[in-house]
Design a protein around this ligand. Structure first.
Ligand code: NAD
Ligand code: IPM
Ligand code: MG
Length: 360
């Protein structure tokens, strides 16, 4: 089969990690007889430098016309046109938000799994980790604060900035359904995270999630306030199976969960909508502090490519093969700097990619 993939290397470490994911996809294609065709798309700071905007209409259209999209990361305080000093809607990150919205990818799946081999990289004590850590954050991705009205004004000589948080019941219902569906394939447990003790949007969230839960009697639902959740993630991480939450809470909690797995360099993600077209990207950013050094961990991006094969292309053996190769590489002691510990082989980005391909 032939598949057309839009590839967005982006900024910072983006091109380095995406390059490894593409090499892994090529190896999978060769092994299983698939053809992956790539179309490179500019998005983020690199697009600002060339086109003056973080995402052009043509770039968005190329993504819409593809079978799936693979993304590295965007942003950073570098670039010819000084990306950081631009207003939010003109910054590299605005390109990413426009892409998610433009492709209507409302469901962001972020799995956080602690490989037994990385237990010593987890900052939590053994008795806290207990049986291990294997959860998924189902994050709403096209609503909430990120897409509300925002403006800065001067009122009576005082600077005032406003961001609004809005959800309607349909937006909540469709992400809740995705959360319960994924829980059905896992340990049948959803913890819905909100701030219903303060926010109207959270009260509606809770009400709609409870309605949806009635259709899933085999899935246990409980609610947790977001501040408590941030604490519980490091106190009793094993209690979580699926966290279902809104956009901003999911952004913050997924970075926290990533550290429990040893490094944000391990956290993959898939963004899905109503069709098979998905966006696959690591949960981390462009890591400007290590860009160009050849030391970034490509595993999150490689695991995101595996998610692409599973969710957009309905493959099974192929993503399993990638995931097993990653497990094997870790068991064989290969580590990039972010997950390295005494006694392991420290490798760079390309060596890690090559070691995974060897084990495919
Ligand atoms: N999806 C995206 O494109 C995305 C996601 C998050 C942040 N960003 C952007 O990235 C820029 C930098 O953001 P930040 O510094 O807050 O977050 P970041 O995730 O880029 O980096 C945080 C820390 O984690 C490390 N890190 C991240 N990925 C790594 C990897 N694969 N291997 C090893 N170490 C890794 C970095 O070196 C850094 O120390 C900002 O402009 C931000 O908006 C983009
Ligand atoms: C870069 C930024 C807009 C993005 C987000 O907040 O969604 C990132 O932090 C992420 O987690 O994918
Ligand atoms: Mg984030």
């Amino acid at each position: 089969m032939k598949y057309n993939i839009a590839v967005i290397p982006g900024d910072g470490i983006g091109p380095e990690i995406v390059g490894e994911a593409q090499r892994v996809l090529d190896a999978v294609g060769k092994k299983f007889g698939h053809e992956f065709n790539y179309t490179k798309v500019l998005m983020g700071g690199c697009s600002i430098d060339v086109h003056g905007v973080p995402l052009t209409e043509e770039a968005l259209q190329t993504c819409k016309d593809s079978d799936s999209v693979l993304l590295g990361a965007v942003g950073g305080n570098v670039g010819m046109s000084n990306w950081y000093n631009r207003p939010p809607q003109e910054r590299p990150e605005a390109g990413l938000l426009a892409l998610r919205k433009g492709l209507e990818l409302f469901a962001n799946i972020r799995p956080a799994y602690l490989y037994p081999e990385l237990k010593d990289r987890c900052p939590l004590r053994d008795e806290v980790i207990g049986e291990g850590f294997d959860m998924v954050i189902m994050r709403e991705l096209t609503g909430g604060l990120y897409f509300g009205k925002r403006f800065t004004e001067e009122v009576n000589g005082v600077q005032k900035a406003t961001d609004t948080l809005t959800y309607d019941e349909n937006e909540i219902r469709r992400i809740a359904i995705k959360g319960f569906e994924i829980a059905r394939k896992r340990r049948h447990k959803v913890i819905s995270v909100d701030k219903a003790n303060v926010l109207d949007s959270s009260r509606l969230w809770r009400k709609v999630v409870e309605e949806v839960a009635k259709e899933y009697p085999d899935v246990e639902l409980s609610h947790m306030l977001v501040d408590n959740c941030a604490m519980q993630l490091v106190k009793t991480p094993g209690q979580f199976d699926v966290i279902l939450t809104e956009n901003m809470f999911g952004d913050i909690l997924s970075d926290e969960a990533s550290e429990v797995t040893g490094s944000i360099g391990m956290l993959s993600s898939a963004s899905l909508g109503a069709t098979k077209l998905g966006l696959y990207e690591p949960s981390h950013g462009s890591a400007p502090d290590i860009a160009g050094l050849g030391i970034a961990n490509p595993i999150a991006t490689i695991l995101s490519a595996a998610m692409m094969l599973r969710y957009s292309f309905d493959m099974k053996e192929e993503p399993d093969a990638i995931e097993n190769a990653v497990k094997q590489v870790l068991a064989d002691g290969y580590r990039t700097g972010d997950i390295w510990s005494e006694g392991c082989k420290k490798v760079g980005t390309t060596e890690m990619g090559a070691a995974i391909i060897e084990r495919l």
